[in-house]
Design a protein around this ligand. Structure first.
Ligand code: OSB
Ligand code: MG
Length: 368
């Protein structure tokens, strides 16, 4: 393929309810889409991070500069554009996995469309639908939380994840367990809000039979997570701390985690995400697909990945209606607690022109 054009489309889509985590509150999905035009086909992707670097070091305005000034010049210089050639071409640029993932995914979408192949087929999917979990934000009161959980369970979600932070952990977990029973698949996500000094407190969560506790301690502190795991019965799951297959292998070897949250953007794209899956699966470590409150453009490829054999736990890939009154693609709708794996070529979806126009805040050419 030959790269002809790369366009950045800034979008802002209101969330149906504010989403509060230990690192901040989001009220809209404010990011950019990438549109890559090649001589063979076009591809789309979504940048996964937010305008502020609170979940991870990357952010919207920074990623645009990184793409324009450092990543695209390297990719445009390739004599022959293929998805597989991108990561090696971009490797000298340190970090910036989410920006790299956005570019790689749009090129992958174009390449697969040129071959008429769905992403799920390319990645090695073994399912045509995936069970859907839902991530529930921190609320002002327990009754509000129970009402929200009850609504999601009535809609059919098969697993609940509660966001936690110091002061909002044991009590919400206890309340959800008491109300919905021990059979409910339940897990928690701290987004780095604790330190090892909280180990005795976190041990209190062991009484509730949680599937896992996600990223309890500082980002990238594998050693501390291993020390914590020794003291917890609840499996530790890493999110923010894992950036590629190599550190996933280290984390597993150190027993710093017993479950892996795979977010393709966090590890630089779907090719590396598949390697993370392969490493974990080879060690018998279950993986699941995380989310970043994506629009349909980001959700579609996540569903393809979640259909791989090692994804044995329900992910955070919820239906469009959990996030937005109106999505930017045809909405993903929950059916019997599952979402369909897109079956069309590439990521299998594209922006609806009318919705895209209304949610667009600005467009710029990044290349040429
Ligand atoms: O830590 O998994 C996380 C959302 C934004 C940033 C980080 C996280 C999340 C979620 C929600 O937990 C996942 C989703 O529903 O897309
Ligand atoms: Mg997380």
């Amino acid at each position: 393929m030959r790269l002809e054009r790369v366009e950045i489309v800034h979008v802002a889509i209101p969330l149906v309810t504010p989403f509060r985590t230990s690192f901040g509150t989001m009220t809209s999905k404010d990011t950019f889409l990438l549109r890559v035009v090649t001589d063979c086909a076009e591809g789309w992707s979504e940048f996964a991070a937010d305008p502020e670097p609170l979940y991870c070091p990357e952010f919207v305005a920074g990623a645009e500069i990184v793409l324009r000034d450092f990543l695209l010049p390297r990719v445009a210089a390739l004599p022959h554009l293929t998805t597989a050639a991108l990561a090696p071409a971009m490797a000298k640029v340190k970090g910036h996995e989410l920006a790299k993932a956005a570019l790689e995914t749009a090129v992958l979408d174009a390449e697969l469309r040129a071959h008429g192949m769905p992403l799920a087929t390319y990645l090695g999917a073994v399912r045509d639908r995936v069970p859907a979990g839902v991530s529930v934000g921190i609320r002002d009161s327990l009754p509000e939380l129970l009402e929200e959980v009850e609504r999601y369970l009535a809609e059919g979600y098969v697993r609940i994840k509660l966001k936690i932070e110091p002061g909002w952990d044991v009590e919400p977990v206890r309340a959800v367990r008491e109300r919905f029973g021990d059979g409910l698949p339940l897990q928690v996500d701290a987004n780095t809000a604790y330190t090892l000094a909280d180990a005795e407190h976190l041990r209190r969560l062991d009484a509730f039979g949680l599937l896992l506790i996600e990223e309890p301690l500082e980002e990238n502190n594998l050693h501390a997570h291993a020390l914590l795991q020794r003291r917890l019965g609840t499996p530790v799951c890493l999110d923010e701390s894992l950036h590629h297959a190599r550190d996933t292998a280290s984390a597993i070897a150190m027993d710093a985690c017993r479950v892996v949250n795979v977010k393709p953007a966090r590890v630089g794209g779907y090719l590396e995400a598949r390697r993370v899956h392969d490493v974990a699966h080879a060690h018998g470590v279950p993986v699941w697909c995380g989310g970043m409150l994506e629009t349909g453009i980001g959700r579609a490829p996540n569903l393809a990945l979640a259909a791989l054999p090692g994804f044995t736990l329900p992910g955070d890939t919820s239906a469009s209606g959990r996030y937005f009154a109106e999505d930017i693609t045809e909405p993903f709708v929950l059916e019997d607690g599952h979402l369909p794996v897109p079956a069309g070529p590439g990521i299998g979806v594209e922006p609806l022109p009318d919705a895209l126009r209304r949610f667009t805040r600005g467009r710029r050419d990044l290349y040429p």
